[in-house]
Design a protein around this ligand. Structure first.
Ligand code: ADP
Length: 446
């Protein structure tokens, strides 16, 4: 019998027992009193039993509800109580199933959103109306150099004490405005900060997204430097030309010997200009990949010999010996002969230029497995250790050789040419003793 169904007869029985007991007291009938007391005792006992059988299942429902509230969504009323309490348990368990399913869906969705936000390279931060951090993704943790758990609930100003960004954040919160600012942080880090009001985001009031612009800025700086360097390099020969023209105009043109001298100087300056412009063009062609390499099997020994013979007069004029050492197994290699010849000429030309009279320049080639290694060694002035790592940068010139008339582009062209062939360049040097510039590239194109 279910406890609910027991209640009505039990209540009636208790009333009857109480009435009988009262009647007995009133008319003194002893038998009636005993019957009333017995009936009352039985009713009381049944009442206790009934309330126990209802309370126990209720307690287990309460327990399961508390466990679910504490986050244990798998908690259920079990074992199933009998009777009506069992129906209550079934209903509770069905509700718990639905809650568990919704919680699983919600947490999967949250996980996906979080994964998406965390895979963003941009730092994403959500703030509440008091401008406290409510959410910070992994990139924001990196930006603030703090774990998200530590940042959560703290004032945003602690981590981004930048007036520009703070003003923007306030404007987004108070006036619903969207702002984009570029700010500079310590260590020459440039950030673009986009602040947006969050509509319908509960306690999320403002979203701030930081995009790192440091690389873009660096590229801009490199470009600006490049223009400044080119202008500087152009100015020197142009100034030379101008002074020649002025001197000629001032009367030197009337004296044939002097006029010739000045015209020769003008010719040199024009050569410098042509060389500079050609090197710049070559560099930009290689860098942009606009004019692809024309690769074909080339006889390495012949290529080296062509370069050496072309530059031999220059070495002789300077009293520098120029020798060639080509390994027997060098054979041929797949390369753009015209471009590689130009790169090698650059190296040999430098070696002669930076080697004093009586010195020696050696050009060598050998096979190292499936690579061709070409070296240009000299016994010249050498390059200081601190300059060596930057020697292949465009426009880089070692201080003492600034007067040598070079533009600092030659080695950059060599590096780009060799790299376009899938190879790499190397510079070894000792100040005052000489240098070895070398490159290695695959013999066969893949
Ligand atoms: P440049 O046109 O000035 O020669 P490069 O790019 O060819 O430009 O060379 C850059 C700088 O590297 C030179 O100005 C010079 O200081 C240094 N350098 C290059 N080759 C040598 C070398 N063989 N010995 C000493 N210094 C060299």
């Amino acid at each position: 019998m279910s406890s609910l169904r027991l209640r009505i007869p039990l209540a009636a029985a208790s009333l009857v027992a109480a009435a009988l007991a009262l009647a007995a007291l009133l008319d003194g009938a002893e038998s009636l009193l005993i019957a009333g007391l017995v009936l009352g005792a039985v009713a009381g006992l049944l009442g206790v039993l009934a309330s126990r059988s209802l309370l126990r299942p209720l307690a287990s429902v309460k327990q399961a509800a508390a466990a679910i509230a504490a986050g244990d969504f798998g908690a259920r009323v079990w074992p199933r109580p009998a009777g009506e309490a069992g129906e209550l348990a079934d209903a509770f368990n069905r509700m718990a199933d639905a809650v568990q399913e919704q919680m699983t869906d919600a947490s999967a969705q949250r996980g996906r959103l979080e994964a998406a936000l965390n895979s963003s390279i941009d730092a994403v931060v959500a703030l509440d109306g008091d401008l406290r951090v409510l959410y910070a993704n992994v990139a924001a943790e990196r930006l603030f150099q703090r774990p998200a758990a530590e940042v959560a609930g703290k004032p945003f100003v602690w981590y981004m004490p930048n007036e520009q960004v703070l003003d923007a954040v306030r404007a987004s919160r108070d006036r619903g405005e969207r702002h984009v600012n570029v700010i500079e942080r310590p260590g020459r880090q440039y950030l673009q900060a986009v602040t947006t009001p969050i509509v319908g985001g509960g306690d999320w009031a403002v979203l701030v997204v930081f995009h790192d612009l440091t690389d873009v800025r660096r590229t801009e700086l490199v470009r600006r430097d490049f223009v400044a360097n080119v202008s500087h390099e152009l100015r020197t020969p142009l100034a030379g030309l101008k002074s020649v023209i002025e001197t000629l105009a001032a009367g030197a043109i009337e004296e044939p010997k002097l006029a010739h001298e000045f015209l020769d100087r003008a010719d040199d300056e024009v050569d410098r200009l042509i060389q500079l412009v050609e090197e710049l063009l070559e560099l930009s062609r290689i860098e942009s990949g606009e004019v692809p390499l024309v690769v074909a099997p080339a006889d390495v020994a012949a290529l080296l010999s062509d370069v050496a013979e072309h530059l031999r007069p220059q070495a002789e004029r300077k009293g520098v010996s120029l020798s060639l050492r080509v390994g027997e197994d060098v054979g041929s290699a797949d390369l753009d002969a015209r471009r590689l010849e130009r790169a090698l000429s650059n190296l040999v030309h430098n070696a002669i230029k930076f080697t004093p009279e009586g010195g020696a320049v050696t050009v060598s080639a050998e096979r190292a497995g499936d690579r061709l290694v070409v070296k240009v060694s000299d016994t010249g002035i050498g390059v200081a250790a601190e300059d060596l790592p930057r020697i292949f940068e465009r426009f880089y010139k070692v201080d003492h050789s600034r007067a040598s008339g070079g533009s600092g582009i030659g080695l950059a062209v060599v590096k780009h040419t060799v790299e376009a062939h899938g190879g790499s360049v190397k510079a070894e040097s000792e100040l005052g003793r000489g240098s070895t510039f070398s490159f290695s590239l695959p013999v066969a194109r893949p």
